[in-house]
Design a protein around this ligand. Structure first.
Ligand code: ADP
Length: 382
């Protein structure tokens, strides 16, 4: 007799056949193979037993009066509780159509009458091995997911703590530099003192920005409580764009807004979405040379709002474009090496957009410019 792998020992098999003699025969063979056998003489009986006994496998006769094997299988597959139980059909040897239909309705294998018992046991064992392997893979996946989630939580907690602990000393340094600035020093040392203080202030500012961005990213990705409320998208954009007119003018950059027409109500966290638009405009200003153009456009399409920030700046090389939303990623720009940044702005933008159920992408051409497009669900406005 076929030796059963340990995984199958005492596995529960539901045998369904309206023919008493066949049922007995299969039950005897399976019991001798150390399976626990449940018997059903009809389709409805089989469905009831599948629910109560939750077998590991069903051996299902196709031709039965009333509800046939195909119908039973369809019902098993339609129910979330029994969907994953493998079904092996029992068919008459000649019926190719039966075999094909059996696979179509979700069967995994078939055995033919008259039974060859070694084959029956081998097929059952092989299906149970597959089930067992699938369960193991699923368990590993679950474990991986849990490990990943706990690592991600640890990372965010670490960043949060580190940034809090860094922010305070930075503020203390800034406080002392302002004291030093006011200190009376001999004239010959004044210039050196001012230079040193400027350097300290500049670097502390850089660190403060990095620390703030790191903290924001960690929070935006997970714990930040967004407060969606109905807001006019046109109004939000006018305010956001308006706050950059002066800076754009100073850089000789033409900044324009084409707001959507009609009722532009969207349900979003206005502060967060303003931050998205701000960040995109700041970037466009940083990466567009003097005399350039920045166009902010928005339109409404069905249930979605689309916001685009386009510029005719330096552009992004195609190999870098997919990575600009990654944390700390900055394009090495030979033509614009002095622009400062943390490489976190776009990852914060992406986190906000995705937590609103939207998405962001970029189309860009080196030397011609970039267009960042944000698609947001308009949310329930009733
Ligand atoms: P950073 O603080 O470096 O600006 P971001 O996450 O905002 O960080 O952007 C990541 C990188 O994407 C930038 O370093 C820059 O190389 C590129 N980038 C972003 N916006 C633009 C733009 N409008 N034009 C060209 N390059 C851009």
């Amino acid at each position: 007799m076929t030796e059963l792998p340990p995984a199958h020992f005492r596995a529960d098999v539901l045998v369904v056949d309206d023919n008493q003699a066949n049922l007995r025969l299969l039950t005897d063979v399976l019991s001798s193979g150390s399976y626990r056998v449940h018997e059903a003489l009809s389709g409805p009986d089989a469905l009831r037993l599948a629910q109560s006994a939750r077998p590991d496998l069903v051996l299902l006769d196709i031709s039965m009066p009333g509800m046939d094997g195909f119908q039973v299988c369809e019902r098993l597959k339609a129910d979330a509780c029994t969907r994953d139980i493998p079904v092996i059909f029992i068919s008459a040897l000649s019926d190719t159509d039966d075999v094909v239909r059996g696979f179509e309705v979700g069967g995994v294998d078939y055995i033919t009458k008259p039974f060859k018992f070694r084959e029956v046991l081998a097929r059952i064992a092989s299906q149970l091995t597959l089930v067992h392997q699938r369960q193991e893979i699923e368990a590993l996946r679950r474990q991986d997911r849990q490990t990943f989630e706990s690592l991600s939580r640890m990372k965010n907690e670490f960043i949060r703590m580190a940034t809090h602990d860094l922010r305070n000393p930075l503020n203390v340094i800034l406080g002392y530099t302002s004291v030093l600035e006011r200190l009376a020093v001999a004239d010959e040392h004044r210039a050196l003192m001012d230079e040193a203080l400027q350097a300290i202030n500049g670097n502390v500012e850089k660190m403060r920005k990095l620390v703030t961005d790191m903290l924001d990213l960690a929070q935006m990705e997970t714990s930040w409580q967004f407060k969606p409320a109905p807001v006019s998208l046109a109004g939000l954009l006018e305010k956001a764009v308006g706050s950059f007119h002066l800076i754009a003018e100073q850089k000789g950059i033409a900044l324009s807004l084409t707001p959507p027409a009609g009722d532009t109500t969207v349900v979003v966290d206005a502060n967060a979405i303003t931050r998205v638009v701000d960040n995109l405009i700041v970037n466009a200003l940083k990466y567009t040379p003097l005399g350039g153009r920045i166009a902010v456009r928005a339109k409404l399409r069905g249930q979605y709002a689309i916001i685009q920030v386009g510029d005719n700046g330096i552009g992004i090389p195609p190999e870098d474009a997919p990575h600009v939303f990654d944390a700390f990623y900055r394009v090495k720009q030979a033509n614009n090496p002095d622009v400062e940044g943390t490489g976190l702005g776009l990852s914060i933008v992406k986190a906000i957009v995705e937590r609103h159920g939207g998405r962001i992408d970029v189309r860009s051409k080196v030397g011609a410019g970039s267009v960042f497009s944000v698609v947001l669900p308009r949310g329930s406005r009733s």
